[in-house]
Design a protein around this ligand. Sequence first.
Ligand code: CP
Length: 322
Amino acid sequence: MTATVKFGKDLTGLEGLSVEQIATVLDVAEPFKEISERPIKKVPVLRGKTIVNLFYEPSTRTRVSFEFAEKRLSADTVNISGAGSSIVKGESLVDTARNLEAMRIDMVVIRHGSSGASQFLAERIPSNVINAGDGQHEHPTQGLLDMLTMRDQLGTLAGKKVCIVGDILHSRVARSNIWGLGKMGAELAVCGPPTLIPHGIEEMGVRVLKRIEEAIEWADVLNVLRLQLERMKAGYIPSLREYNRFFGLTVGKLEKAARDILILHPGPMNRGVEIDSQVADGPHSVILQQVTNGVAIRMAVLYLLAGGSPERAEAAKGGRRT
Ligand code: CP
């Protein structure tokens, strides 16, 4: 690791991060991985900090992963879901956050259905704000954990060919992958039905592959996305069966690959739609490693936004002051 890299108050997306900042988060996550393997999974890095996990949309991986990361760093945490709070009575996002701040919090982790919600909040409250997925905009910690998982397996991201497959149009994961991987020097492609590929995506330095067979021939990594049926108001695809036939990742299609391809999926999966079980559970899948790495990445983000020194992360995990 080189000279100290500074972070701002918030993490709302990877678009605004530099190559050095992204590399620092990935590097700081490395020593934090080991904490989760200990019998007693706790270090005093964020002792005394209070963190609110404010989830307006459903989540399993991200919510639990943030909560584990916070608890393993000894922060005090509170979880608020849209359904169980005064949000259902019509309280606004800013009023909710200001009331939480009146109870003296330090950080808010927010998932929201509206693109830009985390930035909106970050500009209005002094606490650190971390975007846990906002509408169709970004999911930065997912992008970071995807990059860490690829780097673990491939050694580097520079020059690697990564194709994101499926519902690119509705995907915040695709956007964070494109910003992050592009900055780190990966070659990028997307593949899916034309109705689910955003117009002008080539301007982001991304090639468009029309057929899954082309993607399999080209890529070192396939990051397969969930069809976001809940966000689809129009008839984007004729049927799930047809989608699986043309774009679903099956063993039969993967067998034609010239070399081993790493398979990622951010979850939750629609098995038998965008990915078959034999692939999801097969030898090239690193889907559960992504989930494991998610905790270390979120620990690294929390540590760095709280003012932790990148150079002292190794010492911090041993319980020494940073
Ligand atoms: N990958 C992801 O964001 O999953 P959840 O919706 O379960 O958090």
